[in-house]
Design a protein around this ligand. Structure first.
Ligand code: ZN
Length: 69
């Protein structure tokens, strides 16, 4: 029986739906360029590590999304 729920901690500091939040994250907050995202899913530990960096400036961030079941 699988009843997974996705808890995305960083979304708490954004406003709007998940899709709207994704739009915000995909654009660099410093220069407005499209960000390059890397997702590394760790299925054993149930989390997704996400690396975001901007190719136009020096902005970069790392986030860990926890998937709890
Ligand atoms: Zn940038």
């Amino acid at each position: 029986m699988s009843n997974k729920s996705l808890r995305v901690e960083k979304f708490e500091k954004y406003h709007g739906t998940v899709d709207e939040v994704k739009q915000q994250i995909e654009v660099c907050p410093k220069c407005g360029a499209k960000l390059t995202m890397t997702h590394l899913a760790d299925h054993d530990n149930l989390y997704i590590h996400e690396e975001v960096r901007c190719l136009e400036c020096d902005f970069e961030t790392e986030e860990t999304l926890h998937v709890l079941n």
